[in-house]
Design a protein around this ligand. Structure first.
Ligand SMILES: Cc1ncc(COP(=O)(O)O)c(C=O)c1O
Length: 449
């Protein structure tokens, strides 16, 4: 779709006043829509969207007979990939194009397992994306290793590959890029750096089911990859997770670690057992997940089509910058994110913008905060274990390095995200979203006052 066509559709399908919009060009003054929009709901106007949004999670009664069968069988535990657990593992690996999959009790335990299997040990360092859910940090800390923070590229919201090398020390073992909001990280340069320094790559794909990087699915790009099937996720089961890989050897190690350390396949451990934990998935959970694979495929397409439509419309609005994806890549939009530039909205703060959107019937999130200032990392590095494992000077430099995260700070301050369920609504609802942003922009001066 060309820009010209995109803009024509945008003009046709958004709220009143298309004539005023016809002369619009990128970067034009923020007053451009002022004459043509309805009053914002926050100032007493009619909300751009009424009637709510698709609920989540969604249940289908047609799934029930298979699940009831598992419940009646008494074979609830999916030991070592047996029963429905094994079936789901095979099906999930297949839809990703991965060789193998091992399910876990959640994404957090998938990450703990992957870090252990890639050799992350007490006193090591792991380079992670800072713009992520807290679990990415905490799982590294659980290994008594230091989560070293790469910077975030404000254009992509993902790990900036240019910020990695300067953070590598002799203790670094692994890199954990996070495909946040379902947007693939730029994996080629990340993998090249990992190869050069002999580091493992563990994808945190907990929000990136079926996201695509240059023709390959996220989850097949690193040594190991981790997924979450928590209730809010695109393929939900309450709590659940998975690890995927193209390596039999690594998958056997994951299988052993997550199954109480029982040696498996090519991995013999030091006898019958190796170090491990129990974070297996149950058969009735796998039975809930199995029919959701087809649903995931269909809904991903809908989110992507609506995402494309929103990007085409939003990029025409001064002060709204859609996210840049790596070339030939597809996001799956766990949150549909864009950057908000208040200077193009008469200084209307991002919080007030979100409030105005919410009044229009369009809830949106401000995304993640600068977690590293929340105190949990101070708590960790001041703990007895960390004090024993790391030289005081290293911990001091680590603490000071948070100030270097300039890109991440920008991202934290300027990102706005629409919840993924909004992208499951019909096309007219996407027009309501675009109309709401235009309306707020048109009346930004009044909203600031
Ligand atoms: C980026 C990221 N990593 C890790 C996790 C942890 O997954 P879980 O909640 O299944 O433990 C999540 C889940 O929200 C996540 O979004």
């Amino acid at each position: 779709m060309t820009d010209r066509v995109t803009r024509r559709r945008f003009i046709q399908t958004t709220a009143a006043g298309s004539a005023a919009l016809a002369g619009l060009s990128a970067g034009q003054a923020p007053t451009v829509f002022a004459a043509e929009a309805d009053k914002p709901a926050l100032l007493g106007g009619k909300p751009a969207h009424q009637g709510g949004w698709p609920k989540w999670p969604r249940w289908d009664e047609a799934w029930e007979p298979e699940i009831v069968q598992v419940l009646r069988s008494g074979q609830w535990c999916g030991y070592g990939g047996s029963g429905k657990v094994g079936e789901f593992e095979a099906a999930y690996a297949k839809v990703l194009g991965a060789k193998r999959c091992v399910t876990t009790s959640n994404g957090t335990n998938a990450l703990i397992t992957a870090l252990h299997v890639m050799g992350v040990d007490a006193g090591d360092e792991v380079i992670i994306s800072p713009f992520t859910f807290i679990a990415t940090y905490n799982t590294v800390l659980m290994h008594k290793a230091l989560p070293v923070l790469a910077d975030t590229d404000p254009a992509t919201l993902t790990m900036d590959p240019a910020s990695i090398e300067s953070r590598i020390t002799e203790r670094t073992r692994a890199i954990v890029p996070v495909h946040i909001y379902g947007m693939p990280c730029d994996m080629d340069p990340i993998k090249a750096i990992a190869k050069k320094h002999n580091l493992a790559v563990i994808e945190d794909a907990c929000q990136a089911w079926l996201a695509d990087y240059k023709g390959q699915k996220c989850g097949t790009l690193g040594d190991l990859a981790c997924f979450s099937f928590q209730n809010s996720k695109h393929i939900p089961v309450g709590d659940g997770g998975a690890i995927t890989s193209n390596s039999d050897e690594l998958m056997d190690r994951c299988q052993a670690f997550h199954n109480v350390g029982r040696a498996t396949g090519t991995f013999k451990g030091s006898g019958s057992f190796t170090r491990g934990t129990n974070c297996r998935m149950n058969n009735y959970q796998a039975a809930m997940l199995l029919p959701q694979i087809d649903k995931l495929v269909k809904e991903t397409k809908t989110r992507q089509e609506n995402g494309d439509y929103l990007i085409a419309g939003l990029k025409e609005i001064p002060g709204i910058e859609p996210v840049r994806l790596p070339e030939n890549s597809r996001a799956v939009w766990h949150l549909f994110a864009f950057r908000y530039d208040a200077t193009q909205f008469h200084g209307l703060s991002r919080d007030k913008f979100r409030q105005a959107m919410s009044a229009e019937g369009i809830p949106c999130s401000g995304g993640y905060s600068e977690f590293y200032y929340d105190g949990f990392l101070d708590e960790a590095i001041n703990s007895r274990g960390f004090q024993r494992l790391f030289p005081a000077q290293r911990l001091k430099a680590y603490r000071e390095s948070f100030e270097e995260l300039k890109g991440n700070k920008q991202v934290v301050q300027t990102t706005v995200g629409l919840f993924n369920t909004l992208l499951l609504a019909d096309r007219s609802a996407m027009d309501h979203i675009l109309a709401a942003v235009r309306k707020i922009q048109a009346h930004s001066a009044a909203l600031v006052a």
